[in-house]
Design a protein around this ligand. Structure first.
Ligand SMILES: [Mn+2]
Length: 203
C-alpha cells in the first residue's frame, strides 16, 4: 500500500496529513477554514487519493500560515507515499472544463524530483483570480499553497487558468484540474514492470 503519515508542529500551526495514493477519493479535512476544506475535498475526490488532514493554525493572524503549512505537509506526505516512484506514470495532464462553462483551468505535473511552480493566466501572465478573496480566504493564498506543495513533494507543477469566471469556480477548476493531473501522475503503469520512470534510474 502506498500510504504515508506526516506531522509538523511549529509555533504557528500543527498539521497532520495521512494519505493513501491507491484510494477511492475519501477524505476527512479539518483545517478550520471552510473554503479550504471544500477545495481540498475536491482535490481528494478528483485525484482518488484518500486524504485525512487535521490542521490547527493561528487563524487569528489570518489564513496564510495554515494554508501554506498544509501545502508543506501534504507535499511531504505525497513524496513519502511515492517512495522511489517505481512503476508510476510520473507525468500527468488534464484539462478540466467546469460544467457551468465559465471558469476553465488546466494543470500539468511531472514528479521529477525537482520543485517548481508555473502559475499563470492567459498569455503567460501571472494568474489573477477575479476577486481578491474567495470563500473566506485571500485568493493570493492559492498560489502559496501550490508553491509549498511543489517544493515539498518535489514536483514540477503547472497550473493555468485559461478562462475567468466566478472566482469560486475559478479556484475549484484549478483544484480539480490539478487533482486529475495528480491522479494520472501517481498511477501505476502496469507495463513499466516496477521500474523507476527515469533514464537516470533515480528520480
Ligand atoms: Mn464549490
Amino acid at each position: 500500500m502506498r500510504t504515508a503519515i506526516e506531522n509538523r508542529k511549529t509555533k504557528e500551526t500543527s498539521v497532520t496529513v495521512e494519505l493513501n495514493l491507491d484510494g477511492t477519493g475519501q477524505s476527512e479535512i479539518t483545517t478550520g477554514i471552510g473554503f479550504f476544506d471544500h477545495i481540498l475535498t475536491a482535490l481528494s475526490k478528483y485525484s482518488l487519493i484518500d486524504i485525512k488532514i487535521l490542521a490547527k493554525g493561528d487563524l487569528e493572524t489570518g489564513t496564510h500560515h495554515t494554508i501554506e503549512d498544509v501545502g508543506i505537509v501534504l507535499g511531504l506526505a505525497l513524496a513519502k507515499a511515492l517512495g522511489e516512484k517505481k512503476a508510476i506514470n510520473r507525468a500527468g495532464w488534464f484539462e478540466f472544463r467546469y460544467m457551468m462553462d465559465d471558469a476553465i483551468a488546466e494543470s500539468i505535473i511531472d514528479l521529477s524530483g525537482r520543485g517548481r511552480l508555473v502559475f499563470e493566466g492567459k498569455n503567460n501572465n501571472n494568474l489573477q483570480f477575479s476577486n481578491e478573496s474567495v470563500g473566506s480566504i485571500p485568493s493570493e493564498e492559492i498560489r502559496e499553497f501550490f508553491l509549498a506543495l511543489a517544493e515539498n513533494m518535489k514536483a514540477n507543477i503547472a497550473i493555468r487558468l485559461t478562462r475567468s469566471g466566478n472566482s469560486h469556480h475559478e479556484v475549484e477548476a484549478v483544484f480539480k484540474a490539478f487533482g486529475k493531473a495528480l491522479r494520472m501522475a501517481v498511477e501505476n503503469d502496469p507495463r513499466s514492470r516496477g521500474q523507476i520512470p527515469s533514464t537516470k534510474g533515480v528520480i
